[in-house]
Design a protein around this ligand. Structure first.
Ligand SMILES: [Zn+2]
Length: 344
């Protein structure tokens, strides 16, 4: 009887080693991050003093930004929950109310006029209804975003569905949402799941799967203020000609996923967003990892993403070449939470 027992023990040890190796590989892919695809030399510090009437911005990573002119404060996305990789890949996710409270407090926000998710994927719109609930903001967006808000129980009077090129005055900020395109995922199956059948047609009640947060409309926001104009491009997508006539002093340029696109795609994206609007400053956004903790240093994409994309990230190389070719344009990346003066 001792021989079979010895075999069983060997099999058990072999299985144990195998699982440990698989666990280590998964931990490596899901727990380590590539460096962010931005030049550290672009980093600007927060401003201690905000002159009266100046327009300032505070960034929390991805496309979550708070804009203020001292009189009116409003924000894009308001995404603070940042569920980890396992919940996003296989589980269900929901707004983290405490994380949202914390995120708003770190941005100095108590009252907001408007929260406007740039599209309805979870990393933009999931928390916006709770942000609206905590701050009294009016939530603006597509019908899909409205259905995320309804699923969270936000009252109808705090929800407004907007239309392509509608001009929306929020204090002295004139916001024009322009219907555009989301960036096209390189992986055809993910592309179909994240972008095919784009609308959320009924109230979405969390917890839900990450991909239940369908894209809705991918907006580019053009914002005109007496002190200056800017463009928020939350996703590295474009519609040819859509930004014709929308000049902007500053472009918040979404670069997430840009590295996995073709050279041709990157060039066209640059032409359709930057060359169409002729900015003097570019502030790359949406380059930080979605699953890294909200505090601590910014991380680049999860190693697993690079592994799945089966290609090296060409984003930084591309942006540096554009910077060299356009010396008139200043490149800047924002600190987390701290206010930076956009226009004096
Ligand atoms: Zn998206």
């Amino acid at each position: 009887m001792s021989a079979p027992r010895a075999w069983l023990r060997r099999i058990a040890i072999a299985l144990g080693v195998l699982f440990a190796l698989l666990g280590a590989a998964a931990g490596y892919l899901l727990g380590t991050y590539d460096p962010p695809p931005v030049d550290p030399a672009w980093a600007v510090a927060g401003n201690q003093e905000i002159p009266p009437g100046a327009v300032s911005v505070r960034w929390t990573g991805t496309a979550t930004m708070v804009f203020s002119d001292g009189e009116t404060t409003w924000m894009t996305d308001g995404w603070f929950s940042r569920p980890g990789p396992l919940a996003v890949l296989g589980g269900r996710i929901a707004p983290d109310v405490a994380a949202i409270e914390h995120g708003l407090a770190r941005n100095g926000v108590t009252k907001l006029a408007v929260v406007f998710p740039v599209h309805s994927h979870y990393d933009h719109a999931m928390d916006a209804p709770e942000v609206a609930r905590q701050t009294g903001a009016l939530l603006l967006g597509s019908e899909s975003t409205a259905n995320i808000a309804r699923g969270w129980g936000l009252p109808e009077r705090q929800i407004r569905v907007v239309h392509d090129r509608e001009r929306i005055l929020v204090g002295k900020f004139l916001i024009t949402p322009i219907a555009s395109r989301h960036f096209q995922f390189a992986d055809p199956r993910l592309r179909e799941r994240a972008l095919g059948d784009p609308d959320i047609t009924a109230p979405l009640v969390p917890p839900a799967r990450a991909l239940d947060y369908k894209v809705g409309v991918a907006w580019v926001l053009h914002v005109a203020h007496p002190r200056g104009s800017f463009l928020v491009v939350g996703s590295a997508g474009y519609l040819e000609g859509a930004l014709d006539g929308f000049a902007a002093d500053t472009v918040f340029l979404g670069i997430g996923g840009l590295g996995s696109q073709s050279d041709d795609y990157r060039e066209t994206y640059w032409r359709e967003t930057v060359e169409r609007t002729d900015p003097s400053r570019i502030i790359p956004i949406h380059w930080d990892s979605l699953t890294a903790p909200i505090e601590g240093p910014f991380r680049g994409p999860l190693r697993a993403e690079g592994f799945l994309a089966r290609g090296s990230d060409r984003t930084l190389e591309f942006l540096k070449a554009k910077q060299a070719a356009n010396p008139r344009i200043t490149f800047a990346t924002l600190p987390r939470y701290e206010p930076v003066v956009l226009f004096r």
